[in-house]
Design a protein around this ligand. Sequence first.
Ligand SMILES: [Fe+2]
Length: 297
Amino acid sequence: MITSFAYVGFVSPNAADWRTFGPEVLGAQLVDHPEGAVALRVDDRAARLMVHEGEVDDVAYVGWDCGDAVGLADIVQRVRAAGITVVDDSAAAAVRQVEALAAFTDPWGFRHELTHGLAEGGPFQPGRPMNGFLTGGQGLGHLVFLLPDLDDGMRFYTETLGFLLSDHIEMGISLRFLHCNPRHHTLALSAVPGIVGIHHLMLEVNDVDDVGRALDIVNERSIPVAMGLGRHTNDHMTSFYVRTPSGFEIEYGAGGRVIDDATWEVEVYDAMSIWGHKPPAEPLMPGMLRPFAPADQ
Ligand SMILES: [Fe+2]
């Protein structure tokens, strides 16, 4: 089974901008990468956030930790049973610094890497003074995918990949929140007809003061904010959304609540936020989107 979100890689024409955005704005640690990508650490593991130079902003790969070799074999079998080709990729495993890696492309064209054993990378040294990111068993954070059809997405991520429903938000648009460990959601899905993309990546820090400090830095540098400071109804995260150099947003937050499956009850919310999360006067449109036609597959 998938136990956590291990890492993510993007391609972007603005990859070089992450060499300052990563450490100076996010507080991540910049390290060398064997392929020359921008590689960022957020904890004592090897790099979890990579940005490769490329022509168009897009997701290159999403890495999932499956716990161990048995968990990896189990999820590979489930993906194959869904009629999807899965290939062992030892070359990618070496670059990502994981013990094993099996890769597949999902029905919407995203490359997923099923892994275990992301290497230790020594003590985390933040790019600027801050009190660290909340990772460990909760993984890197969460990702929000935009897919053309919510039911198709739910079927794939719950029935094939084994994610569990945390709750939903119904407010004209529908959002489904999914978990695979105590983090309230590791994935969220929303539907936009004819469109595939990533809306945001969430990184959680240990100290809410670091959310405020990061927002100060973002404002000092006039970096666009897609949603101001606010607190979410469902995961209780206090966060803001900053536009990255690559068109998608990073939600930078603290104080997310955790799920105990023994007692958790799925709820439906009619709003995204308890307070705040206001868009700017001129709203930013999500930038990392591409048209989707099933015939392209
Ligand atoms: Fe989020």
